[in-house]
Design a protein around this ligand. Sequence first.
Ligand SMILES: Nc1nc2c(ncn2[C@@H]2O[C@H](COP(=O)(O)OP(=O)(O)OP(=O)(O)O)[C@@H](O)[C@H]2O)c(=O)[nH]1
Ligand SMILES: [Mg+2]
Length: 385
Amino acid sequence: MNVSVKCVKYSGRRLQSTFVPRMVFPDFNIPTSDFKGHQKKAIQRAQNLLPQLNLLVELRDSRAPIATRNLIFDYLSLEKKVDRLVVYTKTDQCDPAIIASLNKWHKEMDEQYIMIDGRSKKGAKDLLHILKWKYDKFLQKNDPGKKTVGLPLGYRMLIGGMPNVGKSTLVNSLRFTGYAGLDHSDGSKPKKVAKTGDQAGVTRNTSECIRISDYKGGLFLYDTPGISLPAKAMSKQRMLSLSLCGCVKNNLVDPVIQADFLLYLLNLQGKYQFYTHYTTTPTNNIDILLSGLKKQVGMTNENAAAIYWTDSWRQGRVLKSGLRSGSKKSSKATPALFELEPILENFQYKKTMQEELEILKGWDVLSQPLLNKREKHLSKANTLF
Ligand SMILES: Nc1nc2c(ncn2[C@@H]2O[C@H](COP(=O)(O)OP(=O)(O)OP(=O)(O)O)[C@@H](O)[C@H]2O)c(=O)[nH]1
Ligand SMILES: [Mg+2]
């Protein structure tokens, strides 16, 4: 694909001013899906839960906001008319330049979003505040006479998104933050309620209902396994972006191809300072970068060097070490994006999303599964009148 990017910044050094980044990334043979059986089960479970839900909280990785948008949640919230809030995580590792694009895109789509570091107290506090506000708004709309103080079963939410975007981490942070309002008269400390890890696919089953606050009868949420898209709604470049974010199993795409794609993106964003301590000058050749890295780190294997480099980006380590070892100018460097679309000149968010949603609509996994007896009962139990 030939691309036209918004701008490519060059450093003031004369040597670099002649460097021209690659505009095209080779069409490698890589798989375009990581959809698994437990994810299908999670979609069906989410559909069963939808009638009793008040809010869908969809998490995305702010380093690749387009690739980690899961259209299955668009489908669910549109078809079943459930309110949705988009939460961008890992903002501690994201390029602040993306905020302008996010504002524009979400305005176009009439969607609400928030950006947080899901591991931090502040992030959880901010989100909890918004969840309470949304609950209040829901009550005002459905109970204008203020006859009740809350819903009979409390405010119920489902946390969903692509694998490894930080769902379980956020569930734990929210519970720790809302803990002050919970009744632990024995003085016990809150326990981690959801298992977390730096690999895709840590959560395998939808959780039971987790109470995160006792505000107006309680705020409750369900943690879900990460859900990927089927091959027909995925592209090779999306797959590469998801690999860099850790949203697919990291052995799925060849590590050298992942490293090459990262180099391609860094060059298009003019962020050479993150690797020129391995190569001296900017390059489009991944072999040169990996050779320099092998020498400095003392590695002999190219695959290992590629894994080392991409992993240090995935985990955010490079943002500290890269800035330290780069030139003086690099201290001003901001993190890089892991996908191409936000840096393209003519990218149209709404149009792209609508086209992709159409592709997904005929997918058999999304056809409505029947509710069991208990779920039918629960779907009616949380109404006010
Ligand atoms: N830097 C940073 N790391 C985060 C943030 N949120 C989560 N993480 C890390 O991301 C990794 C994945 O977190 P999980 O909470 O297990 O992700 P998940 O979405 O539940 O993953 P699955 O259950 O596999 O779908 C962990 O290593 C977390 O520490 C964040 O806001 N910033
Ligand atoms: Mg999880």
